[in-house]
Design a protein around this ligand. Structure first.
Ligand SMILES: *Cc1c(COP(=O)(O)O)cnc(C)c1O
Length: 465
């Protein structure tokens, strides 16, 4: 399988290079040169497989001969053995036609584990085969750092440094990062803000000498392999409810458009999906786009669903490429416009294509809290704020009656205990396997807000090994 850039100018690459490089050299995102598809019978033959085996079958066409099927099977089996529910991604019926798929049974209790647990192992496998090592650096405002750490811990060919603002992440978030005892995990509390951390990471990547000497890398949300691994749970849900003999719809709380784009890929591969309703909080750039056809960047406002507090949906570029008939030059023009003026617009046939499959709802924090309260009162199910936005998108998204709609629950309620308690009156407990989180020893290095000092720390730590 070969991959092309959404901006049409980067070299065509194979799976391994796409995995390791993330962003394409022309600034675009990699997508498969052609979309693999399954016939109805092939989809039917996927029924009844374990989650790990389904992952092998769905990902094999994208990986081609970069890994043998046995190598991929070993990675998937090991990755999903770490999950805290035997079904990996269990489905629950909430209302007559509304289902909840729980994507929070991974090690950090959020859906990103479903892809990152595989991607960390794929990185390690490919690097070892090539006799290479990388240093992954990333910044987190609290929520995403632990998923990256859990993905990379104990991987021989990887060191990971996660920078976060000292004293400005919640205790659960901090402990989920700092209590990992692995020698290749380095948690750095920076005396500064999240923006300072992010700027320091950008500076490190821009210092070519440092970047090359440390072989800096990232496992960020635009990496194709993350999308690929997320396609699996769309098939999982569809099959559980009767696909391919039944058409389903999905409701997805989204910020970066990564999660829901994986759903689009599942549909493109042949899974009968009617359409997608996306849920956003006050940071509603995507919902506004589907309403007006205009992508317009606004300021980011903090909400009780912080993992969706973004105003640039990087992965949307992959859908743009498709609705523009894979015209890389047109994508590049639009993205250039967006970078300069913070806005671009789509109309005519491309907009109609996007709108035929996607629509959006937006919720204020008060509305999100009301959904948490009312769903708990009606069904006993305790939702985290992101999942509540997904459920409301399922309920209000205008899906035709008779089509089952699956809302993605993207985080465990115990990840956002204050918001859940305020809304429902119930304090969500951590699952038993994380119950001793507050008793585990922490490992943490405090560093000044100074990129020179941070680079020295990374260099010394890597070279000491
Ligand atoms: C990252 C995240 C999201 C948003 O996912 P995207 O792929 O950026 O759309 C939603 N909910 C939770 C809990 C997350 O961690």
């Amino acid at each position: 399988m070969k991959y092309v850039s959404t901006r049409g100018k980067a070299p065509v690459l194979g799976f391994e290079d796409v995995l390791l490089s993330g962003l394409a050299r022309d600034g675009g995102l990699y997508v498969p040169e052609t979309w693999p598809t399954f016939t109805e019978d092939e989809i039917r033959s996927l029924r009844g497989l374990s989650y790990a085996e389904l992952a092998v079958r769905v990902m094999t066409p994208f990986i081609g001969d970069a890994l043998t099927e046995d190598e991929l099977r070993a990675i998937c089996t090991d990755a999903y053995a770490q999950f805290g529910h035997p079904a990996v991604a269990p489905l629950k019926q909430l209302d007559g036609n509304v289902w909840l798929m729980e994507l929070f049974h991974g090690p950090t209790l959020a859906f990103k584990d479903y892809a990152l647990q595989v991607v960390g192992r794929l990185f390690d496998h490919v690097l070892k085969k090539r006799g290479e090592r990388v240093t992954i650096v990333g910044a987190t405002s609290g929520d995403t750092g632990s998923a990256a750490i859990e993905a990379c811990r104990d991987r021989d060919a990887i060191d990971i440094f996660i920078l976060f603002p000292n004293g400005r992440v919640s205790e659960v978030q901090r402990r989920q990062m700092t209590t990992i005892p692995s020698a290749n995990v380095h948690c750095v509390a920076v005396d500064g803000t999240f923006d300072d951390c992010q700027d320091a990471v950008k500076d490190m990547f821009n210092h070519a000498d440092f970047r090359d000497a440390m072989r800096l890398s990232a496992v960020n949300s635009i990496n194709w392999a993350r999308i690929m691994a997320q396609v699996v749970y769309y098939f999982w849900a569809g099959l559980a409810i009767g696909s391919p003999d039944r058409t389903v719809a999905f409701a997805v709380p989204t910020g970066n458009f990564g999660n829901v784009f994986a759903g689009w890929v599942a549909r493109r591969m042949g899974l009968p999906i009617d359409r997608f309703v996306i849920g956003s909080n006050r940071n509603d750039i995507l919902t506004r786009f589907f309403e007006t056809g205009e992508m317009r960047k606004d300021g980011v406002e903090p909400t009780i669903s912080p993992s969706m507090d973004i105003q640039i949906s990087s992965n949307f570029e992959r859908l743009l490429f498709e609705v523009l008939d894979r015209d890389g030059a047109a994508v590049e023009t639009m993205m250039g416009r967006f970078r300069q003026s913070g806005t671009y617009a789509l109309d005519g046939e491309p907009l109609a294509r996007a709108r035929a499959l996607f629509s959006g709802v937006r919720l204020s924090d008060a509305e999100t809290a009301e959904v948490i309260r009312s769903v708990h009162a009606r069904t006993g199910e305790l939702l985290d704020p992101h999942s509540a936005i997904g459920v409301d998108a399922a309920l209000r998204g205008g899906i035709a009656p008779g089509i089952p709609v699956i809302a993605l629950a993207t985080a465990h309620p115990a990840k956002f205990p204050a918001a859940v308690k305020d809304a429902s009156g119930v304090h969500p407990d951590l699952p038993p396997r994380l119950g001793d989180l507050f008793a585990r020893p922490e490992r943490i290095t405090v560093q000044p807000n100074d990129v020179g000092a941070l680079e020295r720390f990374v260099r010394q730590t890597v070279e000491a090994k």
